[in-house]
Design a protein around this ligand. Sequence first.
Ligand SMILES: Cc1ncc(COP(=O)(O)O)c(C=O)c1O
Length: 392
Amino acid sequence: MKAERVYMDNSATTQLDEAVLHAMLPYFSQEFGNASSIHQFGQKARAAVEEARAKVAALIRAEASEVVFTSGGTESDNTALRGVAEFHRFRGNHIVTSKIEHHAVLNTCEALEKDGFSVTYLPVSEEGLVDPEAVREAVTEKTVFVSIMHANNEIGTLQPIRELARIAHARGALFHTDAVQSVGKIPMDVKEHEVDLLSLSAHKIHGPKGAGILYVRKGTKMRPLLYGGGHERNRRAGTENVPGIVGLGKACEIARERLPEFQRRVGALRDRLEQGILDRIKQVYVNGSRDHRLPHISNLSFEFAEGEGLLISLDLKGVAVSTGSACSSGSLEPSHVLTAIGRSAYGTLRFSLGWFNTDRDVDYLLEVLPPIVDRLRQMSPQFRKREAILSH
Ligand SMILES: Cc1ncc(COP(=O)(O)O)c(C=O)c1O
């Protein structure tokens, strides 16, 4: 089989959809108006921004007025956490989150600790699940918010966010969820899930980088992160990134149309990929829950084969995967998510599929991966020793 170019790192980012690109292009050139300007150039830009807002709202079943455009998931998480913490400081200084959150949440929490907040970082089970009882025990009348991600970016585990939101609300705390990995992959209804704040990012759903939203439930009181003009109903100052917003709107519209097909087709591809690896290569383990999981992520540990070696060898064959989250690749720290579920990060690969993956991609991976694992294992003294013992 000749070398292919196969992208299986869709949790890091996704390919821009052609239709999204086409929707954006006019707003880089002739439709260049500032959405706050009164003249016709401005009105065109404003109309495009509001059309996009309605499309985003439709995907998560929010009201358009509850959608605040940001520069992406990181800004949304920072705005949600800092905005709520600072506004509600008079009421309490306690925050509840989990150990497996994205660093956009964890590092914001750490910064808030330096500003006098106290943070409870909840452990998770071996499957990567937050225990609702642990949330109930952690939340006090001093808790200003609970932030638990909808789906984890490394292992794909889905949390019972409605149950967690109800626990937070029972004590008067707000509930934020980072849904950057889940929106567009599985259904999201902010009312049904009873969340107050939700983060979403365009580039994970075949939209452009540098665009996202924070959903802010009507009536939620918080401070903005950025001060300036009165943009986004005083929730986020700064001239709107009109092309990015238009691209995000289009990506949400497409994701909504494709959702059932995404779950079915991409889910089946992921299952075939995972089962194919488990059938062909011994001593491979699935990390995280297999029952409560996003349809497109598979996180696997290959015993006696080093992860970076696997990644580079696959890259040489044209297959792009990752050893963990894109943000922490290159760091020497082991994955905080795998550490939290009691697994070693050694020999771990994350396969994250997307709309553009095909059966052929999976076939190609299943062909090239077994000899790579075999070769790397042969270099491992522990593996050779173990094989020698087993063969006697
Ligand atoms: C769960 C999660 N939250 C937040 C982010 C950050 O989003 P962005 O890249 O749009 O800043 C990411 C991106 O990797 C993510 O996976």
